[in-house]
Design a protein. Sequence first.
Length: 115
Amino acid sequence: DKITWPAQVQHSGRYRVFLHYTCKEENVGCRVQLQFNQSTISRKITEAHDPPEVGAKEDRVVRAESYVKFFKQIELGEMDLKAGAGELTLTVPEMPGDEGIEFRLLMFQRILQTE
């Protein structure tokens, strides 16, 4: 499994990357990998987080779109990124169960160097 996005890095530097996910107990141990051009980080998911979907009991009419789930944030790692365009790729290269994670979002926090 993989998800790809065309991406543009505005400023070269080191970035801390956060991942929001859910993972069933039977899929704990899967490895999530993120790559942008020549930079790659990965992390093994060590904690299950499988909350129920919420919102159905408040609906007056059955909705066509999906319900809400609360995703867990973890730090995926730090990446050295160079300014420029490329393809951002999120993969699950190792899956001990039948599935990997349910993915919500990635957040990048630039780490400013102090002198």
